[in-house]
Design a protein around this ligand. Structure first.
Ligand SMILES: [Zn+2]
Length: 362
């Protein structure tokens, strides 16, 4: 062979090999065979003989063919992206394909079976039938040790006894293992193709909406309590329990500042609050005295945290304490703090807390 013609052959196989490689990379599937071939092509491209290159190219082509065959995917794990590639690229025989005859009775695979059983795939390499669904989407507790079902033929090995084939396919389709796989497969298609949010994200969204709705319901109640606190007015009244009657002709009895303010908000057009009171159960309106106290306690905690953070920032502070008796004759110690507010650059005095005094002995 002349040097020139040898170079031409080398050039031809190099370009064929590189085109095949690009096609494989497009599949985004890792494969040692491809990598090994790629390395050997690169490392020996300067000295390799035409026959070696031909062998390498044949290997690549056969690997490429193998990747289109369902049997290549048995017993392996694939990512969601890889599964999409597999579903797009898996080989499906056309209606005129001549399936080989096998066995004593010279029977062969029938293309019609694939129309009847959508999960059925034919492996050209193994001349056998497989279940695409069970291979790509095995139930998590199905295969391997501890699995409750033995997938057997069609899933981990081919089925090629073409006698009573449809009965076997029907049995497979009805078994628990296949049904679980089919559910996984269907939800995968719905999510990937119809772009529906995965179920965990859907649940998250539902929870988020519920959380936001609950916050909307609580907001006017908290604002009313804060209003009373800012204005230094009491919340409770003499008749302030039970459901607030929004009827215009309801009793005009004074129900205390909190409940009267709630009614006033509704009268002024707070429809979220109105809807909340009209539609929720009597025991979940968040208007009771215990809820009021709980909200006051949370506000107290947040205000204290804010004050303590400001006091900690200043270089010096003083605690002021005094004692007084409240309306129920309990001795209360008042704690205040005097400190330099670095944000406003001035001295501040803030009330911290009332502390009930249990013992006056000192
Ligand atoms: Zn199956």
């Amino acid at each position: 062979m002349s040097k020139e013609s040898k170079n031409n052959i080398l050039k031809y196989f190099s370009s064929t090999a590189s085109t095949s490689l690009q096609a494989f990379k497009k599949l985004k599937l890792d494969d040692n065979v491809i990598q090994n071939n790629e390395i050997s092509l690169k490392s020996t491209s300067s000295q390799i003989s035409a026959s070696e290159l031909l062998d390498n190219t044949k290997n690549l082509v056969s690997t490429f063919e193998a990747r289109k065959d369902i049997s290549y995917y048995i017993g392996k794990q694939w990512s969601a992206e890889e599964k999409i590639d597999i579903l797009k690229n898996i080989w499906v025989p056309d209606p005129n394909y001549k399936f080989p005859q096998s066995g004593n009775r010279n029977l062969r695979f029938q293309i019609n079976w694939t129309y009847e059983f959508c999960w059925l795939r034919y492996s050209k390499i193994q001349d056998g039938a497989f279940c695409l669904t069970c291979i790509l989407f095995p139930p998590s507790d199905g295969l391997g040790k501890g699995g409750h079902q033995n997938p057997g033929k069609l899933v981990i090995e081919k089925y090629n006894n073409w006698k009573k084939t449809k009965d076997l396919f029907m049995n497979h389709q009805n078994n628990h293992y296949h049904k679980l796989s089919q559910i996984k497969f269907d939800s995968f298609l719905v999510i990937r193709i119809k772009k529906v949010e995965p179920i965990d994200r859907q649940i998250n969204e539902t929870l988020k909406k519920e959380m936001n709705d609950n916050r909307d319901r609580l907001r006017p109640i908290i604002k009313t309590i804060l209003f009373c606190g800012n204005q230094g007015i009491s919340l409770r009244g003499h008749r302030d329990s039970g459901v607030i009657d929004l009827n215009e002709h309801a009793s005009t009895e004074n129900q205390g500042n909190f409940r009267e303010l709630i009614k006033f908000r509704i009268d002024s057009g707070d429809n979220v609050l109105k809807n909340n009171l009209e539609t929720t159960n009597k025991n979940s309106t968040y208007l009771s005295q215990s809820i009021q106290n709980e909200i006051i306690s949370i506000c107290n905690k947040l205000i204290l945290e804010h004050l303590v953070a400001n006091v900690n920032k200043s270089k010096s502070f003083t605690i002021l304490a005094d004692e007084t008796t409240d309306i129920s004759n309990k001795e209360q110690m008042i704690l205040c703090v005097r400190y330099v507010d670095l944000n406003a650059n001035k001295i501040r005095e803030d009330f911290l807390q009332f502390i009930e005094i249990q013992n006056m002995s000192g």
